[in-house]
Design a protein around this ligand. Structure first.
Ligand SMILES: *Cc1c(COP(=O)(O)O)cnc(C)c1O
Length: 377
């Protein structure tokens, strides 16, 4: 096929449900064009209801901002060490550096591709022996697959280290029937343009106490003291979500579960059509794990095959991408310690994310599959 004739197939593109503009229009009609208003409160309520647990949600400007405030609320400050899953998007780790703290990276395990509980414990023991007990753990539900919640939190509570749960990719996923975003001492969500629901940009901090929510909102709105004039005793940020953006979020909440189903169907389609080959493997859900399959990923039998598939898809105007390059291999984090078992390196070499949007048509999926089958032949 000629690249000019074929429609571009994206990895994960925004998918509006249809009612978003009503909420945005209402914001205009009532002149709530500010980083507060009924849509912000409504969006927070919608998320709290969806998560089905006694949680408090603060809507913020991004997932990254939510991680930044989350770490600060957990008491992370200059000179502290924070343990962070190595295979993830850089936004999981960058906020550690914003606070003058040091990331220490932990490798993945095979069952979920997420933080390895064994390496986590090895790291904690070693850091304590070196005289610097880690201040927090950042665990990530990569591509929507929950991390091993029970094993990770067992280690964390044994050493009394709080967990910041990065659920940016896992809104709609669950673990033994409990929604992701409710497990950590604090958790974050992202509504960036490529996520399962999007507000164009945005995020949220999920906490178990009203106090943490109020404190997050206070810090996110320039840390104003209660006074008629502007008075500040702490350094604040401009991290609150706007009422326009939250309107998009309210509309998107109406279609979140639909998006989960579409994405899970993408994964099943790929699996059905490609798992005949012994050169392609899929990450199955362990018992009790429910992934939103934010991105459908394959594990190929070699780096060469992965690259062959990626380049063939690109030739057909189809976007695909290697798995996240682990943070311990990023130039920006070259001087950070890491506890490694080789798994994230291996996954990075052989893994590929396929087009996964909830708005893909069946013919798009067929196009992807036929390119890959051609390479396998
Ligand atoms: C997208 C993402 C973030 C950052 O969220 P933004 O809203 O883009 O700032 C953090 N962690 C992970 C794992 C992500 O995928």
């Amino acid at each position: 096929m000629n690249i000019i004739d074929s429609k571009r197939i994206w990895l994960s593109s925004p998918h509006m449900g249809g009612t978003e503009q009503n909420f945005v229009k209402e914001a205009f009609d009532t002149n709530w064009v500010a980083p507060l208003g009924p849509n912000v409160n409504g969006f927070e309520k919608d998320i709290e209801t969806y998560l089905e647990r006694d949680v408090h949600v603060a809507a913020l400007s991004s997932g990254t901002a939510s991680l930044h405030l989350g770490l600060q609320l957990l008491g992370v400050s200059k000179g502290d060490e924070v343990l962070c899953q190595s295979m993830t998007f850089a936004a999981s780790a960058n906020p550690i550096v914003y606070l003058g703290a040091k990331p220490i990276f932990i490798d993945s395990e095979r069952n979920t591709w997420n933080i390895c509980p064994e390496q986590l414990e090895i790291a904690i023991k070693d850091r304590i022996a070196k005289g610097n007990k880690p201040k927090a753990i950042i665990a990530v539900h990569l591509y929507g697959m929950p991390y091993d919640v029970e094993a990770v939190h067992k280690v964390a509570s044994e050493y009394k280290i709080p967990v910041l749960e990065d659920s940016a990719e896992a809104f709609g996923s669950s673990y033994h029937g409990v929604k992701c975003g409710t497990f950590g001492d604090l958790a974050i969500l992202s509504f960036n343009g490529n996520k399962i629901i999007t507000t164009s940009g945005g995020g949220a901090l999920v906490s178990k106490s009203e106090y943490h929510k109020e404190k997050a909102i206070y810090l996110a709105t320039q840390a104003r003291d209660n006074a008629p004039h502007y008075q500040h005793t702490e350094v604040g940020y401009n991290y609150r979500m706007s009422n326009i953006i939250a309107g998009i979020g309210r509309g998107q909440m109406e279609v979140l579960d639909k998006h989960v189903n579409y994405r899970r169907n993408n994964f099943e389609f790929y699996k059905k059509n490609l798992s005949g080959s012994s050169d392609i493997k899929f990450l199955e859900e362990p018992n009790g794990f429910y992934s939103n399959r934010w991105l459908s990923c394959i594990e190929t039998s070699s780096y060469e095959l992965r690259e062959g598939i990626r380049l063939a898809l690109a030739d057909e105007n189809i976007e695909s991408r290697p798995l996240w390059k682990p943070m311990h291999r990023q130039p920006v984090f070259a001087d950070c310690d890491a506890y490694l078992n080789g798994i994230s390196d291996d996954l990075f070499d052989r893994g590929l994310c396929l087009p996964s949007g909830s708005n893909l048509e069946e013919e798009d999926l067929y196009r992807v599959v036929s390119v890959i089958k051609n390479i396998l032949r």
